[in-house]
Design a protein. Sequence first.
Length: 156
Amino acid sequence: MSFEKAKAYLESKNMGDRIRTFSVSSATVALAAAALGCEEKHIAKSLTFSVNGDAIMIIAAGDAKVDNGKFKAAFHTKAKMLTAEEVTEKIGHSVGGVCPFAVNEGVRVYLDVSLKRFDKVYPACGNASSAVELTVPELEALSCSLGWVDVCKNWQ
């Protein structure tokens, strides 16, 4: 169902032709990069957290890691990742296919600056065997992002 929701959303924005589906898993950064034939850093991974009881999603480059100090400075709380069950319930997509499209109401989406260095990135598309090719400005618009954050390390 998540794939269908994400696909319908992207089709409504005339981006359905950018969706790629695979006969292999793309559930991790490494698997997605292998399925797409690209470097891992070009995968736009979805990181999900609880901030004061609210679900937030940070889309970051595949080679970036969350920096706890930066996260705390940006969100005024410790980084607490959602469990797999919480991701499905609060975000609306299951782990392995989490994407910023067609998420549950109230999910706050942010983009990490680690993505700004690329022309194209590949977020998932609602399941563990799909992705969508987007420019960073397209990702920014389609994700309904609340803005850019700098909460990651190890990508420079």
